[in-house]
Design a protein around this ligand. Structure first.
Ligand code: 13P
Ligand code: 13P
Ligand code: MG
Ligand code: MG
Length: 369
């Protein structure tokens, strides 16, 4: 029997503004998922948040894109939205872009990262949850985990990792995908994923002939783009990812290591600014300064027979204090640019914000030169 690890998330209302998720919304999610566990629909679950995003982490044996699991998540989000509306929370139901559920939650607003795999004797899985950024924010860390020997010592010294991995990259503008192998094609891969607003890593697979089945993903990232669904800016596509670790895969510490560098991501303040991503524990997953800076939370689990047998809030650790300090120095530096690029996103990316409305107003005043 295979296990499916599903992270499904949505912003159903922030308190206050876009800062964080109220405990009462998480209580709704916990209650509903507890019922689903008791009824046998899911095996186990963990409810948390990153910034204003409500995060449902579930294990089950129903596979990816399962209608019942997606309906359950939709039901949780609509119930939590009701409470958010009653309490007047900000942007209540923000990410629920469709009125009625019709078989699959993809394309309806929530973000989804799911992978089905054969459990190993011991199965560590890390759930990464980001707020105030976009799916491409995972390109750099996922690349470094699975392809950078300066990050992942195992790529050099463990024969099980030595032959590399396969990256599934999506062109989210053209709706196409390509498979690329590392280390052979790492320069080509970087040529694509360096353009993170367009090319995003969707999955990573082991190569044929290794210790793990080549058709079962070892990492997956949510790639939903809200503006493509809604046709206008309504919030950023705050992404999530799941990454498996150890025994033929990067070690847990190699999976966390890229986050010691607070790389620049887009999506801060009104989805319109670049800023550093700051790794934090759940207690600090609250977006404040200039609605940020963008945050990432890492919850590590052990999965056994579909159950979440243990977990830890991995960035809630002094080992990441220095990164957080650096992130705030970079945040300060970026903020000093005010409305200027490259703090503000380039015009092309601003198309999906409210800026075109301002440009419209000025249109008539331009003269030929
Ligand atoms: P309001 O105009 O509703 O304040 O929205 C601004 C904002 O927070 C962008 O998401
Ligand atoms: P969220 O996408 O997290 O709701 O943030 C919207 C925003 O514009 C914050 O400034
Ligand atoms: Mg919000
Ligand atoms: Mg958010």
């Amino acid at each position: 029997m295979k296990t499916t690890f599903s992270i499904i998330k949505a912003d159903v209302g922030g308190t206050p503004g876009h800062s964080t998720v109220d405990q009462r919304l998480m209580d709704v999610a916990n209650e509903k998922l507890k019922e689903a566990k008791e009824s046998g629909l899911i095996k186990d679950f963990f409810v948390t948040h990153c910034g204003d995003d409500l995060e449902l982490i579930m294990t089950h044996d129903k596979g990816e894109d399962n209608e019942e699991i997606h309906a359950l998540a939709w039901d949780v989000f609509t119930a939590a939205t009701e409470v958010a509306k009653e309490l007047g929370f900000y942007g209540a139901g923000q990410d629920l872009l469709k009125d009625a559920f019709s078989g699959n939650i993809r394309g309806m607003g929530p973000g989804i990262a799911e992978m089905e795999f054969t459990e190993r004797k011991s199965e560590p899985v890390v759930a990464f949850l980001m707020d105030k950024t976009e799916p491409g924010a995972f390109n750099l860390p996922i690349y470094r985990i699975f392809a950078d020997p300066f990050n992942t010592a195992g790529l050099v010294i463990d024969p099980n990792l030595h032959h590399g991995f396969v990256f599934e990259v999506w062109d989210i503008k053209e709706h196409k995908k390509v498979l690329m192998e590392t280390p052979e094609e790492m320069y080509d891969l970087l040529a694509l994923i360096g353009a993170k607003s367009r090319f995003v890593i969707k999955r990573v697979f082991p190569k044929e002939g290794g210790k793990l089945p080549a058709n079962e993903p070892v990492a997956v990232v949510s790639t939903e783009k809200l503006f493509q669904i809604a046709g206008e800016y309504i919030g950023k596509d705050d992404p999530v990812a799941a990454v498996r670790a150890q025994s033929g895969l990067p070690a847990l510490g190699e999976v966390l290591e890229p986050f010691a560098f607070p790389h620049l991501v887009s999506g801060w303040m009104r989805g319109s600014h670049n800023g550093p991503i700051m790794p934090v524990g759940i207690k600090d997953a609250k977006c404040t300064r200039f609605d940020g800076p963008p945050r990432v939370v890492a919850i590590g689990f052990q999965v056994k027979n579909g159950m979440l047998t243990g977990h830890a809030d991995l960035f809630d650790d002094p080992a990441f204090d220095y990164t957080r300090r650096r992130a705030m120095e970079i945040a300060d530096y970026m903020r000093r640019h005010g409305p200027f690029e490259p703090h503000r996103l380039p015009m092309e990316d601003m198309e999906y914000t409210t800026l075109p409305k301002v440009m419209d107003k000025l249109k008539e005043r331009f003269e030929e030169v």
